[in-house]
Design a protein around this ligand. Structure first.
Ligand code: NI
Length: 179
């Protein structure tokens, strides 16, 4: 396994529509996913899409730690997982603002409008179909990672740029250390 270099915003690999994975069970896909999980944990992050490690394929790894999920039975916790050739269906018309960061936009955070509830489908490393209906943090992470596969970074989804800043400053402001 290896820790991979992460592409930062401005690199064109983050702006393209990625190609489907021809064979989810291929050994090179298994190797890529193992490296991506190690890279995500090392960062640390809760999601990492293949284009973020310069591989323009439709797959991402993610996790939903117990401590990050919300009091909603559909915000299901998940250990390190992979979704290959995913599809995402937004199950509501309304959007909620969710605070997000991105390993390709280090140091910054923003409030991004996301659907509170989604259905997603895809395949795992054995080529088995995965389908889940999820809410809350889990739904937000999947929408963020899925967007990467279409060349969309979270600033492109933002509606209020006042809710965009350096994580350190935002944390300071939230703690009341600064008015
Ligand atoms: Ni990201």
């Amino acid at each position: 396994m290896a820790i991979l270099k992460i592409a930062r915003m401005g690199h064109p690999v983050l702006l393209r529509r990625c190609d489907p994975v021809a064979d989810p069970g291929a050994p090179e896909i298994r190797r890529l996913v193992a490296d991506m999980m190690e890279t995500m944990e090392d960062a640390p992050g809760v999601g990492l899409a293949a284009p973020q490690v310069y591989v323009p394929l439709r797959l991402f790894v993610f996790r939903v730690p117990d401590g990050r999920r919300e009091a909603d039975p559909e915000d299901t916790p998940l250990d390190n997982s992979v979704l290959i050739n995913p599809e995402v269906e937004l199950l509501t018309d309304d959007r909620v603002l969710r605070w997000e960061g991105c390993l390709s936009i280090p140091g910054l955070r923003a409030a991004v409008p996301r659907a509170p509830r989604i259905r997603y489908r895809g395949f795992d490393l054995e080529g088995r179909a995965v389908e889940r209906i999820v809410s809350g943090f889990h739904a937000g992470v999947v929408q963020h990672e899925y967007d990467h596969l279409d060349g969309i970074l979270y600033p492109m989804r933002m509606t209020d740029f006042r809710l965009f800043g350096f994580a350190e400053e935002l944390a300071r402001a939230a703690s009341g250390e600064r008015p």
